[in-house]
Design a protein around this ligand. Sequence first.
Ligand code: IPM
Ligand code: MN
Length: 358
Amino acid sequence: MSSVLKIAVIGGDGTGPEVTAEGMKVLDAVSRLEGFPYQSTEYDWGGDRYLKTGEVLPADALDQLRTYHAIFLGAVGHPGVKPGILEKQLLLDLRFGLDQYINLRPVKLFPGVETPLAGKGPNDIDFVVIRENTEDLYTGAGGVMKKGTPDEVAIQTAIYTRKGCERCIRYAFEYCRKRNNPKGKRLTLVAKTNVLTIGHDLWMRTFQEVATEYPDIKTDYNHVDACCMWIVKNPEYYDVIVTTNMFGDIITDLSGIIQGGMGVAAGGNINPEPGGTSMFEPMGGSAPKYTGQGKINPIAAINAMSMLLEHSGYESAAARVMRAIQTVTGTKMKSQSAGKMGYTTSEVGDLVCKALED
Ligand code: IPM
Ligand code: MN
């Protein structure tokens, strides 16, 4: 791979292309200010192409994507396509096919952004969820018997491997060490060891073994149900959380809403191995009803771009984008909800570009 930052852009469905356009606008501005080159290629993969061609991804999609440092994804989900098809054949097949075994979700309340939690502010809501991204109930393992009859049997199996949980747990310890929270480094394992006594026992034993290599990090354990209460009651308690794929899916939506919701929250699907291709996305869906109206909030996509830059080694550019986002949420935008921002989608992108110069 060349040393020039190479990005594949998949705008996807609905408002996806509108928000990736703003993310790319910010990339362009920050690359000029920081003096680094980049190359990008747009792919039209998504619902419209599927409806026209019957194909979600071309056969060589993974080979093409492997030639990029990172993928910038807008959103998947098309009202004309049965739910599950694009999610499985685009998002999940890329996560699995590119072995993006970490789903990284920073949960940070930016200045000026409203949280539904009474009495909590930006100092209280600042933690990171690291979700395993290739195993658990997401593998599709299972089967059905006697479908459509009263005797139907459906089995969907959670698969956990030592390798799969160890690489995720190790990433989480490293991440926690690097994040170096001034309030103290703490890694919380979130699972359900009181019921999932087989699979989550593997997670617990692996967590305890790996922890011995990180004496500087305080370790901690929450059952997932209790964690949902504490995220709402005491979000300030958390530093880094590591968890399984299915539970991570759920607690990151809970966490996403306390940081201001889908207009703000972003995530990375990361293959941390040398030469791995990672994918960054705003957490919101394709919001088809807002398509083409300039109402959708691009902050989440710009946040995803900052994560992309940080992960790709452009740390000062990433920090610059992060500061600019906070200037715009803190001093300009009226709300983070679609249509209520006080600006159009593209005006918000312009404001972030302008704030990069401060
Ligand atoms: C997410 C999404 C996906 C998931 C869906 C769209 C398959 O909810 O990125 O969290 O469940 O992982
Ligand atoms: Mn989800």
